[in-house]
Design a protein. Structure first.
Length: 250
């Protein structure tokens, strides 16, 4: 199947690398007109050369969110899909995590999704659309060494459900779903591995965590995001989609 997003305008945050970049590439192949944001706007240059609107964005900046969505509508005339993908991970258990770490992850991972959803609804109501929020398996199950990260990703999961119910009951035609990857081969995960005392042991442990015996590929997560962005998921809202090689089935 091709052209699954033909004519749709899609905004993806954190699009310069990892799952965001893989999603942007897949959306581009499927016909979407792209609005891509990241703090590293230089990492989006190749997409800009092919017609994407690329913008620098701190996703915790409320005013910047409005500017980004207004720029998307001004450039392309509408906004059909928003993928709230930007996020960070700072480890720390209940004894070692700092309040600053907690607040920073809450801002980047949680508050940004609230802002992105709010601006998406503003732009989409009256015509419909799809919001896809990137959470994590850590938003469904706990991890002893990531207390703040789990809290922030759990917030994404339930923010998604609240937005989905509100939009459905208002008759806006706006769907909102969350995607929950486990360990995928992204720069964030690779950085975590390389920072470990024994990187190869950590890499082997992350691979073994999933019953399928490996880490995921960004493209595999992007494929689920594409489904939710497309009209194929027209009766799907308020749901959580796990892409984890069976990790949470245990």
């Amino acid at each position: 199947m091709s052209g699954r997003l033909q004519g749709k305008v899609a905004l993806i945050t954190g699009a310069a690398g990892g799952i965001g970049r893989a999603s942007a590439a897949l959306f581009e192949r499927e016909g979407a007109r792209l609005v891509l944001t990241d703090l590293d706007v230089s990492g989006l240059a190749a997409f800009a050369e092919r017609g994407a609107l690329t913008l620098a964005q701190d996703v915790t900046d409320e005013a910047r969110w409005r500017e980004i969505v207004d720029a998307a509508v001004s450039r392309f005339g509408a906004l059909d899909v928003v993928v709230n993908n930007a996020g960070i991970a700072i480890g720390g258990n209940i004894e070692t995590a700092t309040l600053a770490d907690w607040r920073r992850q809450s801002q980047v991972n949680g508050e940004s999704v609230f802002l992105g959803c709010r601006e998406a609804v503003r732009a989409m109501k009256g015509r419909g659309g799809s919001i896809v929020n990137i959470s994590s398996v850590a938003g469904i199950i706990g991890d002893a060494q990531s207390v703040a990260y789990c809290a922030s990703k759990g917030a994404v999961r339930l923010t998604t459900k609240s937005v989905a119910l509100y939009c459905a009951r208002k008759g806006y035609g706006i769907r909102c779903n969350s995607v929950h990857p486990s360990f995928a081969k992204t720069a964030m995960v690779e950085g975590f591995i390389e920072a470990a005392r024994n990187p190869e042991k950590v890499r082997a442990g992350l691979s073994a965590a999933a019953p399928m015996g490996r880490m995921g590929e960004p493209q595999e997560v992007a494929a689920t995001i594409l489904f939710l962005a497309s009209d194929e998921s027209s009766f799907t809202t308020g749901a959580e989609f796990v892409v984890d090689g069976g990790l949470t089935a245990q």
